[in-house]
Design a protein around this ligand. Structure first.
Ligand code: ATP
Ligand code: MG
Length: 451
């Protein structure tokens, strides 16, 4: 390694450790990135100072994971994750290390780390680089390899297999064959890992450049059947018509497309899961063609189960499920303005963009080619045109209120609600009716006719 760029803040912080007679190393992803010639996103440091000693050395220190020997130093607007040298500890409950034991030296700390590319340390402020497991060579060759025996390392912490496939998708590296082969033997351990830890990895997979890399490796190793069987069951579900791929490959292509387009996180999740209801709704019609009636409802239901299982926040669950439930629309020019307004109301104006992005990913993944020109443009233009006519979409957008109707002779009670609903229907059909005079007239007519 030539002369790596070490951020001045790290050098300054290192001087504070040095003044206290302590050693400090840059470790983890930051060193990996340094060797790949990328700027690090965040900094993990390892030190022989105990957490209390680190807290005494710096003014602003947050005890973020003090039970595991980690504190966060806030230094001149930057965050440094500082962890005291540790030895390996097992994760009996799949959640927390059983107990934390501090190690005397950095070498021992590096040996507990998961992959060779993550087991490098750069002594701050100016080196040397410690690379006891050949991580530098593996980074150069773009290989993910366990430190030590994969079988044992994966059984110590069942999250590691998922980290391996996540890094493969993030970095575009290969998982070395023995490391990959060790995954199936640890599935029962992975099964016990806390859902929140799995979710954090899924999030990183979804955010990666090519999420399918991880999901295909998961399929190959049994992780998909274990963690996302609903997606696994899409393998081999053939579709007819324009579709070129089975439902699993179609879903993965859609997800990759969303990632490539830097679509919002919820769109990426929706792309991945939008068709998972297909295996359960597939039927052959009389002419021998596969149909998937109402698969979007089944996909929405299964997606709610999956996201709930991994403890996603309710707002995320509702957002993704809504997109999936609405993804089967077929705009044609003959749609009336009222039909366009009903679509806007059903989807929600603020969700339309995401839904159209999902639809684009879906179209792309049907054939594997970029959808012709901008096939949604006529629909987008139409939506804008209709929105320009006004936004009377809910009762509170009406030009009359219950009070106005009461003053005009409508009795309060259930009939009031029914009449207001009918007025809204009328305004959705024809926004020009949304003024007080016209609406009161319609209301009186309904009232006289029925009540
Ligand atoms: P990124 O921050 O991009 O996810 P990273 O490599 O920094 O990548 P972190 O989860 O931040 O990953 O962990 C920092 C370091 O801690 C890793 O590089 C690795 O050395 C070690 N590590 C993290 N999780 C584990 C684990 N489950 N088993 C062993 N070592 C781990
Ligand atoms: Mg990190």
């Amino acid at each position: 390694m030539g002369n790596p760029f070490i951020h001045p803040i790290l050098k300054e912080a290192a001087a504070v450790f040095g003044a206290g007679g302590k050693k400090v190393y840059l470790v983890g992803g930051a060193v990996r990135d340094l060797l790949r010639g990328h700027r690090a996103q965040d900094w993990d440091l390892a030190t022989d100072a105990l957490p209390e000693e680190v807290m005494a050395m710096f003014r602003r220190v947050i005890p973020t994971g003090i039970k595991h020997g980690t504190v966060t130093v806030r230094y001149k607007g930057h965050s440094l994750e500082v962890t005291t040298f540790r030895t390996e500890s097992s994760y009996t409950d799949g959640r927390h290390p059983d107990q934390v034991r501090y190690a005397a030296a950095i070498e021992e700390d590096l040996s507990r780390r998961d992959f060779t590319m993550n087991a490098l340390a750069f002594a701050l402020p100016q080196g040397p680089l410690l690379d006891p497991f050949g991580g530098g060579e593996d980074i150069k060759n773009r290989v993910i390899r366990c430190v030590g025996q994969g079988e044992a390392r994966f059984r110590e912490d069942g999250l590691r297999p998922l980290r391996a496939v996540r890094f493969a998708a993030q970095l575009g590296f290969e998982v070395e064959s023995r490391t990959l082969a060790a995954i199936p033997g640890a599935l029962e351990i992975t099964a016990r890992v806390a859902p929140e830890r799995i979710r954090d990895e899924l999030d990183k997979i979804i955010a990666a450049g090519t999420p399918s890399t991880a999901f295909l490796l998961m399929e190959k190793t049994g992780l998909l059947e274990l963690l996302l069987p609903e997606l696994g069951h899409c393998r081999g579900i053939e579709q007819k018509g324009f579709h070129r791929f089975d439902v699993l490959d179609h879903s993965l292509l859609a997800c990759d497309y969303s990632a490539r387009k830097k679509a919002a996180f919820q769109v990426r999740l929706a792309s991945l899961f939008h068709d998972i209801g297909k295996p359960l709704t597939r039927k052959m019609d009389k002419s021998g063609i596969w149909t998937f009636y109402h698969h979007e409802r089944e996909s929405a239901r299964l997606t709610r189960n999956i996201l709930t299982r991994f403890r996603y926040p309710n707002a995320v669950i509702d957002g993704v499920v809504h997109l999936i439930g609405q993804h089967m629309f077929f705009y044609e020019e003959i749609w009336s303005d009222a039909a366009v307004r009903r679509f806007i109301i059903r989807v929600g104006e603020d969700k339309i963009r995401d839904l159209l992005e999902l639809r684009k990913a879906d179209a792309y993944a049907t054939t594997g080619t970029e959808p012709g020109g901008d096939f949604l443009v006529p629909f987008i233009d139409r939506i804008e045109e209709v929105l320009a006519q006004g936004r009377a979409f809910t009762l509170k957008d009406l030009a009359v209120s219950g009070k106005d109707l009461q003053a005009a002779g409508v009795k309060p009670g259930p009939s009031m609600g029914i009449i207001l609903g009918e007025l809204l229907e009328a305004v959705i059909e024809d926004p020009a009716l949304n003024n007080q005079e016209k609406l009161l007239e319609i209301a009186k007519n309904i009232n006289n006719r029925r009540y």
